[in-house]
Ligand binder design. Structure first.
Ligand code: HEC
Length: 148
């Protein structure tokens, strides 16, 4: 009986320690953490796409570009009013001009969509062009809507 209680206490102590360290990683929780994870994934996808292009592997670009596109479509839903402030780097400008923010997400979606189709068609020149265009839609949104 006592051993059982002790074991339960130890287990919950471990669980607490684990979740505390996950939180300490960025300090972000809830929807802010979720969107940060999606953005980090987009960044990884761009990097991976670049190396696939270097290796002339256009086929592998397609699912990664699709992931970027799918996130761009959902992106505005992950920015409910009032979800700025530390540790988020979301600029209050987002909610002052939410239509422009949505347009910026649409530009990202459209660029990623072109990237997907150019890669699927096996057109290297167009794929490289679309890759650059996609990266520039990331940057332009950050310039207007992300604090640095
Ligand atoms: C429509 C606007 C918009 C677009 C498009 C956009 N971002 Fe962001 N991005 C943001 C905002 C706003 C944040 C800050 C989010 C926060 O901290 O709450 C952010 C944060 C990030 C972060 C930091 C995540 C973290 O862990 O703190 C990375 C990395 C990132 N974006 C990469 C990208 C890449 C790569 C693309 C393009 C494929 C992209 N973003 C497209 C607005 C955008």
């Amino acid at each position: 009986m006592k051993a059982k209680i002790l074991r339960a206490t130890v287990i919950s102590a471990i669980t607490l320690t684990l979740s505390a360290s996950v939180l300490a990683h960025t300090g972000a929780t809830g929807i802010i953490k979720e969107r940060m994870d999606f953005f980090a994934r987009s960044k990884d996808n761009l990097k991976a796409i670049k190396s696939h292009l270097g290796a002339n592997d256009l086929k592998s670009v397609v699912p990664l570009a699709k992931e970027i596109k799918d996130w761009a479509i959902k992106m505005p839903e992950y920015f409910p009013k009032g979800s700025d402030g530390k540790p988020s780097e979301a600029s209050p400008e987002i909610w002052l001009n939410f239509e422009a923010f949505k347009k910026s997400a649409i530009a990202n979606r459209d660029a990623a969509s072109k990237l997907m189709s150019a890669a699927a068609e096996g057109d290297k020149g167009e794929t490289i062009k679309a890759f650059k265009a996609t990266a520039s839609t990331c940057k332009s949104c950050h310039k207007s809507f992300r604090l640095d």
